[in-house]
Design a protein around this ligand. Structure first.
Ligand code: HEC
Ligand code: HEC
Length: 253
């Protein structure tokens, strides 16, 4: 993030003197030489804003797509060059986003309907590869197992919590735990425990773990979790019936 900020600061500094005493004013955005998908008559302000948002939307720096180094002055970059694969992918993406917005606007709506505009950030949310937390976790789990998966989750949460890159909700983590339940119920329980530990005020964390306990035949634990879920979140009031029947079952034993 620090790197992005510093390159953006550089971008803000667009007027410089070059060539010794010639005092030529140079602006990297004012005279683009190699635009293939953005409109050729794009204003310098718009081109600058577009590039800044590419960097922020994808969590990248100018040097990720352009020929230059992060620690180099922005004026030494070759922005027109097409050497970097990321720039070419970005071009395809710009065309794709245009197509998407055309399609969105094709649908028949009431007069005056304001269409939502899809943008890079709609999918990317600050990442170069717009992945969902459950996909990241599933990949780590398949390759390295449960310990590494739990470490990965905690690490990502420390880094990204409060932002919009990943969904750290108890619902999402509970769904991931459920996805493990069929083949690895102990690992699933580890994830349910993590969910309760990280989200002690979320009814969903308790109801998810309660279901796992109930399936495993641990009715006492299930009952305690269901009671917590109902107490914390009125959306789980429907568990009232299950609670009554579990209480009856436990009283019989
Ligand atoms: C995700 C990739 C990506 C990032 C990050 C990015 N750019 Fe670009 N940039 C492009 C693409 C693609 C084009 C060409 C668009 C076209 O062909 O219409 C371009 C074009 C430009 C141009 C016009 C070059 C020319 O002469 O044709 C400038 C100047 C520029 N970018 C500056 C920047 C700056 C400064 C940053 C950092 C804030 C930045 N870009 C970040 C992808 C990126
Ligand atoms: C509809 C969703 C969507 C939108 C909108 C979108 N992208 Fe992407 N983008 C993707 C997906 C999915 C990938 C990952 C492709 C893959 O599996 O490698 C990706 C990958 C990329 C990559 C390559 C990243 C890497 O590390 O390999 C770049 C660069 C990129 N997008 C730029 C952009 C830019 C710039 C915009 C806005 C003009 C944009 N994208 C809008 C879905 C989107």
């Amino acid at each position: 993030m620090a790197i992005i900020r510093s390159s953006l600061a550089l971008c803000a500094m667009v007027l410089v003197s070059t060539h010794g005493h010639a005092q030529e004013r140079r602006d990297i955005f004012s005279d683009p030489q190699n635009l293939k998908v953005l409109p050729e008559d794009i204003s310098r302000a718009e081109l600058r804003a577009t590039m800044r948002s590419f960097a922020i939307d994808l969590g990248l720096t100018c040097a990720s797509c352009h020929v230059g180094e992060d620690d180099q002055s922005i004026f030494e970059y070759d922005f027109a060059a097409d050497d970097k694969a990321m720039k070419l992918i970005a071009r395809d993406m710009i065309s794709m986003v245009e197509d998407i917005n055309k399609t969105v606007r094709k649908s028949d709506r009431d007069e005056g309907h304001e269409f939502v505009t899809v943008n890079c950030v709609t999918c990317h949310r600050g990442q170069d590869k717009p992945r969902m937390i459950q996909d990241v976790l599933a990949e780590v789990y398949d390759d390295e197992g449960i310990e590494a998966t739990i470490s990965k989750y905690t690490e990502l949460r420390d880094q990204f919590y409060g932002g919009f890159t990943f969904d750290f909700s108890a619902d999402r983590l509970g769904l991931f735990a459920q996805s493990l339940a069929a083949t690895a119920s102990e690992d699933a329980m580890r994830v349910h425990n993590l969910n309760v530990e990280l989200n002690p005020h979320a009814g969903a964390a308790y109801s998810g773990r309660g279901q796992a306990s109930q399936r495993a035949g641990d009715l006492k634990s299930a009952l305690a979790d269901y009671k917590n879920a109902v107490a914390l979140d009125p959306n789980f009031a429907f568990l009232g019936q299950v609670i009554t029947s579990l209480e009856a079952q436990l009283a019989e034993d």
